[in-house]
Structure formats: structure tokens, C-alpha cells
Design a protein around this ligand. Sequence first.
Ligand code: SIN
Length: 283
Amino acid sequence: MGCRAFDLSRIAGALGAELHGIDLAASLDDGAIAEIRQALLDHLVIFFHDQHLTPEQHLAFGRRFGDLQIHDYVEGMPEHRQILEVRKEEDETGANFGGGWHSDVSYLEEPALGSILYAREVPAIGGDTMFANMYLAYDALSDGMKKLLDGMTAIHSARRAYGLQSNYFREGKRSMKIRRSSNAEREVEHPVVRTHPETGRKALYVNRGFTIRFSDMTEQESAPLLEYLYRHATRPEFTCRFQWHRNAIAFWDNRCVQHYAINDYHGQRRVMHRVTVNGDRPY
Ligand code: SIN
């Protein structure tokens, strides 16, 4: 498809493209939104620079791609509960939000389609985000491993991050309001290899953040193969890394991407606004 709404430049061999010359605060017609959606499907994570959106405009852009989510465990902004503020202050030295490879909310029966993260304040240096392409991760497996995994399902849960026993966000000061809850113990089952509902491509769908074990196996039994898959999935050649500037936006497809927020900016503030678009049940 010829691009009419923006210029596009790829940022890495594996995934990721920057879209230039488009103002997301403008009223975009359906054709422009369709082109953005196609760029997302083709490049898995897309980036925009120098965007000036009010919270309402950020939400309105997200709604062009689906219904928006209110996070179960992280309190949204008071006036806009569908905006999750990812905040780390200068004096916070503990774990950061999103600081491990994961696919957003894979512990839900219907995990997120995509996340739209808007940089409000960024550190002078550090605080990049990495992304990994789960189509490539699947494609690179041997035929034998693909055959094994194709029939398998795995259990996902929010308990490590948000369960009553979670230590994840306990240490140090934390400005984000994160709730621990017995609801986070809930388990859902997803295919280990999912088929993307729009592209029809197969993607590896286990992540270190929220996958607990394979179905009908113990955690101990599952651990060696899961560990192999986590490492394999994030091999450098399947990844890209985005260096943030204020007012940049990243929009990633959680159905075929994992991401990792790098926690290398202690002593500096980083404030991001995330709008999360609901997805459907993986198959
Ligand atoms: C997230 O996991 O949504 C946060 C990503 C980031 O802060 O870079």
C-alpha cells in the first residue's frame, strides 16, 4: 500500500518503524487510521515524534483502534482512569514498572491488542524501551520444537506482580499506586503459540512476567523449557531499542511483541502515559 498519511523509516532489522509527518492531535480520517494500523501490523511497533496531545486526544487516538482498558491493579489518572501513568521519580531506586520482558496483561482472558505510550518527561539519558518480535522467535525454532509447542497451552497469572505475596514493587518509595489483590492469583490458559487474528502469522506467546507454567505440568517441570523460550524469544537479533525524547509515542502490538523498560536512570524522573487497547482471546 502506498503511504499517503506519513513517511516511514524502519529502525532495526527485526521490527520497529518511525512514522514522520503526521499529527496525531489532528482529526485523522479513516484512511489515515487504516494506514497506521497497517504500519503496526507490518512493523509491530511504530513510533511518532513531537506529538502534542492532551489526555483526551491521547484517549481519542487509542479509541480509533478499539475499546480502552482500565488496569485492574494500577490506579489510572484521577480524571482519566484509562490512562495509566508510568512514573518514576528522582528519589525512587526500586524496580521500575515494566522492567522485565513481558506482553501487556497476558494474564487476562482477553489480553491487550496494543499499548500507546506517550513520553511526558524523560531522563536526559537512559530509560529506553526494548521490543522483541515474537513472529521471528517462533519462526527461528526447529521444526521439532514448533511441532511440540503448537499443541501446548500455558497458564498466565498476574500474581508475581500484583498478588498478595508479591515483592515486586514493595521495596523503596513508589509514586505509582499499585494494588496487591487476591484476584491476581487468577489463572488463565493461552496457547503457547498464538495465531495473530489480523495477519494470520504464528507468534510465540509465553513471557517471563506473567506465564507461570505449561498446562497440566508443575512449575518445576515447566521451568527448563520456559526458561529456554524466554531467552530464545529475546535474542538480540529479534529486538529493537527505542531512545525516548519528550513527546514521542510508541504504539506496539502485544499480540506479537514483548517489551522491556530499561531501569538505568536512577536519580532522574521519567513520566509516561499509557493507553491500552483491548484485544481478543488468543487462539
Ligand atoms: C510498560 O511496560 O508498559 C512500560 C514501558 C515503558 O515504560 O517503557
